[in-house]
Design a protein around this ligand. Structure first.
Ligand code: HEC
Length: 130
């Protein structure tokens, strides 16, 4: 009678293994490398460096808002990447290239996604609550 728990365990492990394959590194290569370059060094004058970047290592909300909404010549990724994918790529940038600045959780991406512009512009565009 051990087969049921075993099946439940396998059912838990398989989705985890599938997710792990889509690592932050491979997501970066697919979505970001063309502009920001293989080692995140960027191209001076065109694409900012993401390695050794105070912006990337700094406030998570600002970083996530940039990836979700895009900025200047950078496209928005809110429509093409889900919360887990954006968390994975942001964690990769922070921990692999910016001295273990700390991982980002999918829940943090979800919060910034929901917040819309409120996080960035709450001071200059504050609206009265009714
Ligand atoms: C088509 C080119 C292009 C792609 C693809 C692209 N970016 Fe960018 N990115 C830019 C440009 C251009 C800027 C500078 C925008 C500006 O001047 O405000 C930028 C800015 C940024 C910044 C802010 C850096 C800073 O110091 O202010 C971050 C973080 C960033 N990109 C992350 C990413 C991530 C993560 C991806 C992939 C999911 C990505 N970018 C994909 C062109 C791109």
């Amino acid at each position: 009678m051990t087969s049921k728990p075993l099946i439940a365990l396998i059912a838990l492990i398989i989705p985890c293994a599938t997710q792990a394959q889509e690592s932050g590194a491979s997501l970066y290569q697919k979505n970001c490398l063309a502009c920001h370059q293989a080692k995140g060094q960027g191209i001076p004058g065109a694409f900012p460096a993401l390695a050794g970047s105070a912006f990337v290592a700094g406030d998570r909300t600002e970083l996530l808002a940039t990836i979700l909404k895009g900025r200047g010549g950078m496209p928005a990724f809110a429509g093409s990447m889900n919360d887990e994918q954006i968390a994975a790529v942001a964690s990769y940038l922070r921990d692999d290239w910016n001295g273990k600045a700390g991982a980002v959780q999918a829940a943090q991406v979800a919060a910034v996604r929901k917040g819309g512009n409120a996080v960035q512009y709450s001071q200059s565009q504050a609206r009265p609550n009714n």
